[in-house]
Design a protein around this ligand. Structure first.
Ligand SMILES: Cc1cc2nc3c(=O)[nH]c(=O)nc-3n(C[C@H](O)[C@H](O)[C@H](O)COP(=O)(O)O)c2cc1C
Length: 202
């Protein structure tokens, strides 16, 4: 598939068929995520790939509550996804990277994470998610980026991530079941270029 087609076709899938994603295919998608840009080439984002039935049940228990899980077709359609990827960012890795000699001239050098005007670990994790979403589309799969309903720290601890890591959400991946509910794009127009772009200045 051409990149332009993947970009045009990509949309969030919220209802999945439980058919597993072949491990080699999942590896390709994870590898695409690993090709994302990274500030200072820090690469301070890990990916937790959850594929077994047991690990998926554990994830959903960590990330959602009982009321959500028993909430009907929407929850069961999403929970059917055979693969979930949780990008886990390490702010400390960026702080350490920008304290290295070749970054000495950067205004970020020596700043603690809370002082970064743009948290690059969030940017890097977001870029990785975008690569995953596009690679999934390219492979004929569906994917959804979604927020963790539970506190991220609780989910990360439950997944065994080291302390101090940050999660921006998770990506569900699998074959679309084809019965997605109507969501925001059904009622909201995509902004046209005339509205979106400010040529030369706002
Ligand atoms: C930061 C962010 C958070 C999102 N969180 C959720 C979510 O928790 N659940 C969900 O179903 N969709 C979520 N979405 C998907 C958006 O609703 C979706 O991207 C938007 O409606 C446009 O639709 P499209 O991606 O299919 O083009 C999220 C998207 C982004 C970028």
């Amino acid at each position: 598939m051409e990149l332009a087609d993947a970009i045009a076709r990509r949309k969030m899938t919220r209802s999945f068929s439980p058919e597993p994603v072949a491990p080699e295919l999942l590896e390709e998608l994870l590898s695409a995520a690993g090709r994302a840009p990274s500030a200072g080439f820090t690469q301070g984002v890990d990916l937790v790939a959850i594929t077994t039935g047991e690990a998926r049940v554990h994830f959903w228990e960590l990330a959602t509550d009982e009321a959500w899980r028993s909430g009907g077709a929407r929850a069961s359609g999403l929970m059917a996804a055979p693969a979930i990827v949780v990008p886990v960012a390490d702010p400390g890795a960026y702080v350490r990277r920008y304290a290295e000699q070749d970054k000495g001239a950067s205004s970020l050098s020596g700043r603690v994470a809370s002082e970064w005007p743009v948290p690059y670990w969030i940017v890097d994790a977001s870029f990785m998610v975008m690569q995953l979403l596009l690679a999934a589309t390219d492979a004929g799969l569906g994917a959804l980026f979604f927020r963790l309903h539970a506190e991220a720290g609780v989910v990360l601890e439950g997944l065994g991530a080291p302390a101090g890591r940050v999660a921006i959400g998770a990506v569900a991946i699998g074959r679309p079941a084809g019965d997605d509910a109507r969501t925001s794009p059904a009622t909201r127009k995509r902004r046209g270029l005339d509205d979106l772009v400010h040529l030369q200045r706002w």
